[in-house]
Design a protein around this ligand. Structure first.
Ligand code: NAP
Length: 294
């Protein structure tokens, strides 16, 4: 199977490499073209523009940072829309809001193409290991056709129905995740300030009903003050913002998520946007420090 791949960030690079390793022919494009070099070493071809990739491939996957990047790759000059046509499928795996996804879907289908939104749950390591969870919605025929690729990229795929459902499910999940990361950060600070060993807290958490892989994976590095980006904090804040907007639309009060969003915004203002989202711990520490002084 031949696929195009647009966007070679943390997730896209790992996913495209996985497809290559599993025998797919892959044609890649990235805004910063030099990021294609490593993929070429593993057998990928390069398309000079998104339009060139679409022209060459029946199916093209994209995973880009945010709604504005997803729009730009589709609607700008040399973008997807210039070559999408009857029989070609476009699969956007970026985390965006349902409105963004619907606008892209409409534009693609008006030109005769098929569209699927398919955001993913799971971070850098699951992407490398082909263990993502895929939350697809849109054109069911296209979903069925690209299952061989999804089986390489993920451990489980869901088809959630009409366009927007995949985007919304992903935002709900990341809203919960961002709130949990803030709770863990507060817990780590509270433990330290009240004279407890932080590692002991993690060990005890891991034995009970709120044990989870995220606390286990991120906790020890957080204590060390180490935040190598697996899921960049700026993207987590984007997801909190989009989830809160979904809450607005549906009149759902989310005071916990709103407070977590403020902490992620503060982290961005402190220049932590490109660190892992667990770096919000630094903000919680600073806030406690200032409070202690007054
Ligand atoms: P990333 O490392 O920041 O990569 C972002 C990608 O988007 C890069 O290829 C970047 O190109 C491209 N891009 C940004 N602005 C663009 C524009 N205006 N036009 C064209 N391309 C543009 O992000 P990531 O971690 O791979 O995440 C990608 C998406 O997956 C995001 O929606 C994120 O929320 C979602 N996601 C991430 C994770 C994770 O753990 N990392 C997990 C699940 C979902 P350049 O290289 O030129 O900058």
């Amino acid at each position: 199977m031949e696929v195009g791949f647009l966007g070679l960030g943390i997730m896209g690079k790992a996913m495209a490499l996985n497809l290559l390793r599993n025998g797919f022919k892959v044609t890649v494009w990235n805004r910063t073209l030099s990021k294609c070099d490593e993929l070429v070493e593993h057998g990928a071809s390069v398309g000079e523009t998104p339009a060139a990739v679409i022209k060459k491939c029946k199916y093209t996957i994209a995973i880009l940072s945010d709604p504005s990047a997803a729009f730009s790759v589709v609607f700008d000059k040399d973008g997807v829309l210039e070559e999408i046509c009857n029989g070609k499928g476009y699969i956007d795996m970026s985390t965006v809001d349902a409105e963004t996804s619907s606008k892209i879907s409409k534009a693609i289908t008006e030109k005769g193409g098929y569209f699927l939104e398919a955001p993913v749950s799971g971070s850098k390591k699951p992407a490398e290991d082909g263990q993502l969870v895929i939350l697809a919605a849109g054109e069911k025929t296209l979903y069925d056709e690209v299952i061989p690729a999804f089986d390489v990229l993920g451990k489980k795929s869901f088809f959630l129905g009409q366009i927007g459902n995949g985007a919304k499910m992903k935002l709900v999940i990341n809203m919960i995740m961002g709130s949990m990361m803030n709770a863990l950060s507060e817990g780590l600070v509270l433990a330290e300030r009240s004279g407890l060993e932080q590692q002991k807290l993690l060990d005890i958490l891991d034995l009970g009903g709120i044990a989870n892989p995220m606390f286990k994976q991120k906790g020890p590095a957080m204590i060390q003050g180490s935040f190598p980006p697996a899921f960049p904090l700026k993207h987590q804040q984007k997801d909190m913002r989009l989830a809160l907007a979904l809450g607005d639309e549906n009149a759902v009060a989310m005071p916990v998520a709103a407070a977590a969003n403020e902490a992620f915004k503060k982290a961005r203002s402190l220049g932590l946007g490109d660190k892992d989202f667990s770096a919000v711990y630094e903000v919680v520490k600073v806030l406690q420090h200032s409070a202690g002084k007054s």
